[in-house]
Design a protein around this ligand. Sequence first.
Ligand code: FES
Length: 204
Amino acid sequence: MENDEPLLRRRDFILGGVAIGSVLAAGAILPLGLVLRDDEDLAEGISGVQVAYFPRTKVGTIGQASTTDPLFFDYPLTGQSNVLVDVGQRAIGGIGQERSVVAFSNICTHMGCPITDYNADERVLGPCVCHFTTFDLAKDGQVVLGQATQNLPRVLLELDGDNIIATGVFRLISGYANNLGGVNVEIAAANGAGTSASSGATDD
Ligand code: FES
């Protein structure tokens, strides 16, 4: 519709502007592949920016998304652990019929301890075994309680039939200066076997 197009363009512009502003302020990499992925030209004119292009990787099926039993998978690199759950209500970035299936890094944003306990009643991951932070997976991984101050990185998901495809990671994974760890890294594959691939990071 004629009225929709300017709104979409304005939204894209705002998102892009926020991302670029963050990068320029930080003077660092841009782990926000979701913003620039659809308009790669946007990055080309920005000096000193590295854009991470994430691999598209099957991480499970919609049938494996449980409200009680979290599914753990590595992405984008082997050893970068994440948790996938159905939080039972519409969630930011959620996929599936109810937009309730989400995935987050389960590496604590405080000091990097892995978190494996999931409380389905409260929809929270944690408490972290190190310093007891809990994260609300229905609210974009925000901190509920504890020492951490930053949301968990959210894995960007798409549905391809019944397959859940990871397409990127929003926010920096704890302990990494670059979610993709540089070039020629081992990309976590759906079948558990690493596939050598380039991050495609560029330094314009
Ligand atoms: S490492 Fe998780 S709360 Fe400190």
